[in-house]
Design a binder for this molecule. Structure first.
Ligand SMILES: Cc1ncc(COP(=O)(O)O)c(C=O)c1O
Length: 464
């Protein structure tokens, strides 16, 4: 007999119908349910879950209201195309037709073709070197490359050493490597209650338990973290101290020290995500600079230079280098040295700095446009941040707003996409300022959202 798709209500504390709707959202997010897949009949799912048929009917209605499913009279209930769901993360080859993308944190598009060609010619001008780059390399990366990355990361308050750096295939891979090296299946990892969804994806793959700690405007709240540590003895904390994704919260130095103190007390290792570290000035030192024995930094050149090079890094205690290297070996053997050499060429000849400064200038102009348009609404932002966090005016709920925005031709990301576990989520959406192809397109997208914000649900007719 075929097994039917069934959500788990085991850890669900609220109303059962909401648990089922949340289960549908989760399954769409991680690909267990795909576009146009038929959901079980009300009666079959009710029997499988031991609930009444009325509960499933209410759950499907809730999922439909959230834009996750659609009903066809006489045929049943089907999963909506994933690009219409509020949890869409996949990058597509071309922009969705007619839609303005304010939902993904892309690096800004700029013409780097000439720079790329020049750098490749310059690398190829040294045959011995290029032939070496085309061979296998050590798992942690080549010494000269790691040295240049140290120089790139150096701040007044921090100078990482060569033997602390391990090169990765971008930030997501760095996160995978850190979690592979520092946790085992079944371990618990604490995260901020709203976090980068790539973390949830890796945690799921590695069979980690995830618990959340409360946040405020400075990110994770030490008292809440302390309580969670006492309750579940986690192995690690995952957090984003600067320009947090999605809330833009940035920890002060005092907050960083307080978070580290809690972790030290409970023997918890910190994995800090600093992929945006280069985008803003004047940030306090990373946790890995304050406590090198206790924190591992994951970083990337995706947001500051180019996502397609897929070059990132980990910075941790030199005593962890072997474990991190083993995780790189297990996941990909080594990072393409050719792409790392390209990034290092950019660091060496100053192009990386120029690209970063141009990126910062454009982000700053775009943030100004967005903040100007959204005056009067509750918005969190940070200079250099690729996104802002918009608290929706009453009576909007985030998932309803995402559907209404899409009907106006604009994609934004609902708070639920960032939720950890089953914690209640705020009525807020993330608006990325970097994904629109031009400043004018960003302004146009925001102008389409304004009537929704001013007039509330149901008042503005759909355009799409
Ligand atoms: C907070 C955060 N961490 C990590 C990553 C992954 O970085 P990469 O694109 O280098 O894999 C992203 C990308 O969106 C991110 O926003």
């Amino acid at each position: 007999m075929d097994t039917i798709w069934t959500p788990s209500l085991a850890n669900w504390q609220g109303a059962k119908y909401q648990g089922i709707a949340e289960g549908i959202a989760d399954a769409v997010r991680c690909g267990d349910l795909v576009a146009d897949q038929k959901l079980p009949t009300h009666r079959a799912l009710a029997e499988a879950l031991g609930v009444t048929t009325g509960t499933v009917t209410r759950a499907y209605a809730e999922a439909e209201r959230r834009g996750l499913v659609y009903a066809v009279i006489g045929s049943g209930t089907f999963v909506r195309g994933s690009e219409a769901s509020s949890h869409e993360w996949r990058f597509t080859e071309t922009q969705p037709e007619g839609l303005i993308e304010l939902h993904l944190n892309r690096p800004l598009k700029s013409d780097r073709a000439e720079l790329f060609a020049r750098s490749m010619r310059s690398l190829a001008a040294h045959p011995a070197q290029i032939n070496q780059l085309l061979d296998y390399q050590p798992d942690i990366g080549v010494t000269a490359h790691r040295q240049l990355i140290c120089e790139w990361l150096a701040r007044e308050s921090w100078q990482p050493m060569n033997d602390q750096v391990v090169i990765s295939n971008g930030g997501q891979h760095a996160l995978l490597v850190a979690l592979m090296a520092l946790t085992r299946a079944g371990d618990t990892v604490v995260a901020e209650e709203l976090t980068y969804p790539g973390f949830n994806a890796v945690a799921r793959q590695l069979r980690l338990e995830v618990r959340s700690a409360a946040m405020d405007r400075e990110g994770i709240v030490p008292e809440s973290l302390d309580l969670v540590c006492r309750q579940v003895s986690p192995r690690a904390l995952f957090c984003t101290p600067s320009l947090q994704n999605p809330t833009t919260a940035t920890m002060s130095l005092q907050r960083r020290e307080a978070v580290l103190a809690v972790c030290r007390r409970h023997g918890v290792i910190v994995i800090e995500d600093e992929v945006s570290i280069g985008l803003a000035d004047g940030l306090p030192p990373p946790l890995a600079a304050l406590a090198p024995e206790q924190a591992v930094l994951v970083g990337s050149f995706s947001k500051s230079l180019a996502a397609g090079v897929r070059v990132g890094y980990l910075v941790g205690s030199s005593s962890l280098q072997n474990r991190l290297g083993a995780a790189v070996r297990a996941s990909c053997w080594m990072v393409s040295p050719v792409m790392v050499a390209l990034v290092c060429e950019w660091i060496r000849d100053g192009s990386a700095r120029q690209l970063l400064l141009a990126q910062r200038e454009e982000i700053s102009a775009r943030l100004e446009i967005a903040l100007d348009r959204l005056q009067g609404f509750r918005v969190s932002s940070h200079p250099g941040g690729l996104h802002l966090w918009l608290h929706l005016p009453e009576p909007w709920r985030a998932d309803e707003f995402v559907v209404a925005a899409r009907e106006q031709g604009v994609l934004v990301q609902a708070a639920a996409s960032f939720s950890v576990g089953r914690a209640a989520v705020p009525h807020a959406v993330r608006i990325s300022v970097s994904a629109a192809s031009t400043r004018a397109q960003l302004a146009q997208g925001l102008d389409l959202l304004l009537p929704l914000l001013h007039e509330g649900p149901g008042a503005v007719p759909a355009l799409f």
